[in-house]
Design a protein around this ligand. Structure first.
Ligand SMILES: NC(=O)C1=CN([C@@H]2O[C@H](COP(=O)(O)OP(=O)(O)OC[C@H]3O[C@@H](n4cnc5c(N)ncnc54)[C@H](O)[C@@H]3O)[C@@H](O)[C@H]2O)[C@H](O)CC1
Ligand code: K
Length: 505
């Protein structure tokens, strides 16, 4: 699913009006009609409805919602903020219609002292600002937003299209923003909903279709995307009935060190469950028995070093591997860095780089430029910061992520509630599978294994990244459904991978 900017959404709006064709008034009726239907499905007429409207089209939506809910027997109070002397034409039109129908339930708000007293089971609808927000809210309008937020423990707050004060494509950090429980957003996710710094604002997001023109949606390129099942269906390749174990590639996993062999075992198991044909694990001497006993399907190469892997580059180009994954539990010894450098000098195909291998790239930044083009880097936010530096906000971090992916020609993901996957062509994909139960030791090692396994099966690096992150999150969701977010562990993600392949694609 494409994620359009506020400017593109305005274009989609105008395109629909011109090409469906439909008047802007009717488009607003359609959008607000969807919201009213959702609200009426979720709240009975016993709830007084307080609608806060701005003077643009978001406020216009609020006025239509007011009229429709009044018509269905709700006790509606419409509060119009006088933040501007001029209203949009559609707002003016909708206000006239509402005034004729219900002149007594309309109030104007020109200061914080005008904020109404809310009866106990009232619901609050926030229709102050939508995608037309041009600058941070200040003055008494900011005061009204704070007063709305003060009600959030007593009254449900439902935002129309966007929580007011939140900018669709810019950072809103330190700005006053409505903290909604629910956001009813039109047609598309907005980039702002996917950023961790905006976690307090949108609540549960429901995307309501309002029939924006399909030609605009298919023809207009978007920089940001949200991964979905449809996308996974186009990526996934069912197995060939005539396959043998050579068909699905031979992966090499370089993982584990003294005291961290668990990371290597988790990664190896995940790689096998992702469908790899053959797996070899390069481990230090202390790890060979552990690996061989824990995972009989994996072959082992034992390093010359007792506790750390420092000689994994040897013979790499002639070994016939299809993919290499490196990082889980390898530690940051200078010998490991040296071997990584020699490996990257000899190995030109895309590889998966995670955990301590990423930390080695931040300790020896010149190594970053030796990473084979098209490789997959999987940092969590701290590793990302160590690699590429701090940023002022999440939008700046996203820009930096995308810039580095283009500059280095790599696929770089940034782990989070919505993991962002930046591609060498500048596109960024957000993934929505997964849950906070996966914020636990070992779940990153599992992802490395999955990605390495898919890469070895000759999925393209982009396909491996999108599908791997999706399956990892989906398996995590299945594990949480069975065991709870608290009790699930990284091993449970691996156990659920089979059902993720079956049900998640
Ligand atoms: N295509 C769609 O998705 C549809 C969207 N609709 C709704 O329309 C709004 C966007 O409406 P627009 O009039 O462009 O902007 P807003 O209502 O969000 O705000 C404009 C209004 O606010 C003033 N303003 C902007 N920033 C500030 C500020 N910081 N402080 C004070 N005032 C500010 C500005 O001057 C205007 O007066 C979209 O979100 C949907 O809700 C349509 O209903 C149909 C299709
Ligand atoms: K709003």
């Amino acid at each position: 699913m494409k994620i359009f900017s506020a400017a593109q959404i305005r274009e989609a709006d105008a395109f629909t009006i011109a090409h469906e064709p439909i008047s802007s008034t009717h488009l607003m009726e359609r959008a607000a009609g969807q919201c009213a239907a959702w609200l009426e499905d979720h709240y009975s007429p016993s709830h007084p409805v307080y609608i806060f409207c701005g003077k643009g089209n978001n406020g216009g939506d609020g006025l239509v919602i007011a009229r429709l809910m009044l018509g269905h027997g709700y006790d509606v109070h419409t509060c119009i903020l006088q933040h501007s002397s001029k209203a949009s034409p559609d707002h003016e039109h909708q206000l006239r219609t509402l005034q004729q129908l219900h002149p007594t339930g309309i109030y104007t708000i020109g200061d914080v002292s005008d904020f109404p007293e809310l009866p106990p089971n009232a619901i609050i609808i926030d229709a102050i600002f939508g995608t037309g927000m041009s600058r941070p809210v200040d003055g008494w309008v900011a005061g009204i937003i704070h007063l709305i937020n003060d009600q959030r423990h007593k009254h449900p707050i439902i935002a129309i299209d966007m929580p007011s004060g939140l900018m669709a494509d810019e950072s809103s950090v330190h700005n006053p923003v409505v903290q909604a429980h629910t956001t009813l957003s039109f047609e598309f996710y907005k980039l702002a909903f996917l950023l961790p710094e905006n976690a307090p604002y949108a609540g549960d997001v429901h995307i309501l279709p309002i029939g924006l023109h399909p030609d605009y949606i298919t023809q207009t390129p978007a920089r940001y995307h949200l991964s979905d099942r449809e996308m996974m269906r186009t990526i996934y390749r069912p197995r060939d009935p005539f396959a043998h174990k050579g068909t699905y590639g031979h992966a090499l996993l370089i993982a584990g060190s003294y005291g961290k062999m668990g990371a290597a075992v988790l990664s190896a198991r995940a790689c096998l469950r992702a469908g790899v044909g053959l797996l070899t694990c390069h481990v230090p001497q202390c790890g060979t028995q552990i690996m061989q006993i824990s995972e009989p399907a994996a072959m082992c190469i034992t390093d010359e070093d007792a506790h750390y892997s420092t000689h994994f580059h040897k013979g790499i180009s002639s070994a016939g591997y299809k993919a290499i994954g490196i990082g889980p539990g390898i530690d940051k010894q200078p010998g490991t860095a040296k071997s990584l450098e020699m490996l990257m000098d000899a190995w030109q195909r895309p590889m998966v780089i995670d955990a301590d291998a990423l930390n080695l790239l931040s300790v020896y930044p010149y190594l970053l430029y030796k990473v084979p083009k098209g490789s997959l880097l999987t940092p969590h936010p701290k590793e990302f910061e160590r690699l590429f530096g701090k940023t002022a906000n999440d939008i700046a971090r996203l820009e930096l992520l995308s810039k580095k992916a283009v500059e280095l020609q790599l696929y770089i993901l940034l782990k989070g509630r919505y993991t962002a996957i930046a591609c060498p062509d500048g596109a960024v994909y957000f993934n929505h599978t997964g849950n906070p139960g996966m914020a636990t030791g070992g779940s990153g090692d599992v992802l490395t294994g999955i990605l390495t396994g898919l890469l070895a099966q000759e999925y393209t690096p982009k396909a491996a990244m999108l599908l791997g992150v999706w399956l990892h999150g989906y398996a995590g969701d299945l594990a949480a459904a069975q065991l709870s977010q608290e009790a699930m562990t990284a091993s449970d993600i691996i156990s659920s991978l089979g059902n993720a392949f079956r049900e998640g694609i």
